[in-house]
Design a protein around this ligand. Structure first.
Ligand code: ADP
Ligand code: MG
Length: 312
């Protein structure tokens, strides 16, 4: 019997620039269509790191050339959702046609995700975005625009923004209606457009939501059976990269939490994935979270590979 699955696509699913993305989405489409072909109901979430960086930089250049205010980051995220959705929609259509089947309706939802104004992450911005600047330039921009800036690994100064936790998917009912009707929905791109409630208004926040956390919230909100996080490794490891590294296959939420607490997963890469998996698996008995390689999605679903996290 088919399952309701939310998949989260990582950086390797989209590449680092426009030409790379055109090629990468073909592989990505294969992985998605495999799951649809096996009778599953699939909703797709994707990252947007390099893409939103390019858009942010381009809009920044434009603004400084024309002496205009820079485009808000929330608007850049919206642009990235549309552009990435366009490429995935296109690749999916082609893959369905290649397999000689019917092309199901495929749709991208420009998605707002509400975050908490009081999220402590706003007090501690960690996520570097946009172009590199000299110290002087960075300080002047910080003064002028209220940006937070940080030195980035000896390469210059960059703006840093907060990465708050997603609280609510604003377009959830539209996503649910289309998914329930058998449409293939792409949503919450780049973790969603971060917004905060200001009375009736949803104000765009200068923040970046982690796409793995957004995918976990979406999976929970849609009462999905599975959350599959597709990335650049086939399994999660402990003692990762060390000679005595050990790949993990089947974990309880307690075991996963224990390893996370012991610092086995790198913050900013594997840790948020494991945390997102724990969050979804803990939400309801029977929920399954899986972390695996993009190309192995189908095999992982058949129980042949991947790291599975469940509530035991
Ligand atoms: P994505 O773009 O898919 O979000 P990331 O690069 O952010 O991917 O995170 C996945 C990467 O995390 C893997 O490619 C691997 O290099 C790294 N990683 C860090 N710690 C671990 C671990 N304990 N087990 C497996 N991979 C790990
Ligand atoms: Mg990542």
């Amino acid at each position: 019997m088919g399952k309701k699955i939310v998949i989260a696509l990582g950086g390797n699913a989209l590449g680092n620039n426009l030409p790379e993305q055109m090629v990468a989405v073909k592989t990505t489409a294969k992985a998605i269509v495999d799951l649809v072909e096996d009778g599953n109901e699939v909703v797709v979430v994707h990252g947007n790191g390099p893409q939103v960086g390019v858009i942010n930089n381009a809009m920044g250049e434009f603004a400084s050339e024309h002496k205009e205010d820079p485009t808000p980051l929330s608007v850049c995220v919206a642009m990235s959702q549309a552009y990435i959705g366009y490429d995935i929609q296109n690749a999916l259509r082609e893959e369905f046609l290649n397999r000689g089947g019917k092309v199901p309706p495929v749709v991208t939802v420009v998605t707002q995700v509400r975050v908490d104004k009081d999220d402590p992450a706003f007090q501690n911005p960690t996520k570097p975005i946009g172009r590199f600047m000299t110290k002087e330039e960075a300080e002047s921009e910080a003064q002028k625009r209220g940006w937070n800036i940080k030195e980035d690994a000896g390469r210059g100064y960059r703006r840093v923004v907060a990465s708050p936790k997603p609280k609510e998917i604003v377009e959830l009912s539209a996503i649910k209606a289309m998914s329930d009707a058998g449409e293939l929905v792409i949503c919450c791109g780049g973790g969603g457009i971060p917004v905060v409630s200001e009375g009736k208004h949803l104000a765009g926040a200068a923040a970046v939501i982690d796409k793995d956390f957004a995918a976990a919230l979406l999976a929970e909100s849609l009462e999905a059976d599975m959350l599959i996080i597709l990335t650049a490794v086939e399994k999660v490891a402990i003692r990762y990269g060390k000679p005595d590294q050990e790949w993990l296959t089947d974990l309880s939420v307690e075991e996963a939490q224990k390893y996370a607490d012991q610092g086995e997963f790198a913050p900013g890469s594997m840790l948020p994935k494991v945390q997102a998996a724990i969050q979804f698996a803990s939400a309801k008995k029977g929920n399954e979270a899986m972390i695996t390689l993009l190309e192995k999605a189908r095999e992982a679903l058949q129980g042949k590979t991947g790291t599975k996290i469940t509530k035991k």
